[in-house]
Design a protein around this ligand. Structure first.
Ligand code: NI
Length: 213
């Protein structure tokens, strides 16, 4: 858990919050609950729509869409560089998992999509991602583009002010849901893990996804 920011660990809570704002949470909640516990059947009518199109800018300044990552297994995480502990810990676990996978990691693309585009511009992301796995890609964009991507993945995020005695007046943290999305090579959701999963669990889930094709 964040020292200040709350990381929303469960989709139930995430979507309950979304539901308050949008009134559409319950259906999505039921769909996600089922995918979190049951492997989706490719092509099945009941496969929930989590994930989808995005158009963002990577940490090298290149404009990329979800299509650019077809053919790779994706490990997508929404977070932000100012996060005091949870986001870096999650990215470290992902990095360790990829190291443990050895050559298999060449087929996996870990992606950090920022939920704090105001501060996380291309340069900030470039500086940040180099502390983690060399395959890690950082993505940012306009607040509108980020909102679109977050909506596609049903990610909750919101600004949270720091307590008055901490930081400058304009400092803030982000509350955000913390899931790792495992996407197959066609961009379909294969599995979800909570952000506090360890490297072993992450590596095992990637192997499982690869075994499915
Ligand atoms: Ni975080």
């Amino acid at each position: 858990m964040g020292k200040f920011g709350k990381h929303v660990n469960r989709f139930a809570l995430t979507l309950a919050l979304l539901g308050v704002a949008s009134g559409v949470g319950l259906v999505a909640y039921r769909q996600i609950t089922s995918v979190a516990t049951v492997q989706p059947m490719p092509g099945s009518a009941t496969t929930p729509q989590v994930g989808g199109a995005f158009s963002l800018v990577d940490h090298t300044g290149r404009t990329v869409t979800d299509q650019d990552f077809r053919g790779e297994y994706l490990l997508i995480y929404f977070g932000y560089t100012f996060c005091p502990d949870v986001c870096p810990n999650t990215l470290l676990a992902v990095s360790q998992a990829l190291d443990d996978l050895g050559p298999l990691a060449d087929q996996v693309r870990p992606i950090l999509i920022t939920v704090d585009p105001e501060r996380d511009d291309r340069a900030v992301l470039a500086e940040y991602v180099r502390h983690f796995h060399p395959r890690l890609v950082g993505l940012t964009g306009s607040p509108e583009r980020i909102a679109e991507a977050a909506k596609a993945y049903q990610v909750y995020y919101a600004k949270a002010q720091l307590p008055e005695d901490q930081g400058a007046d304009d400092d803030y943290l982000m509350d955000h849901s913390g899931f790792l999305y495992f996407m197959d090579r066609e961009g379909r959701l294969g599995a979800l893990l909570s952000h506090n999963s360890g490297p072993d669990e992450i590596a095992a889930k990637i192997r499982e996804l690869m075994d499915q094709g």
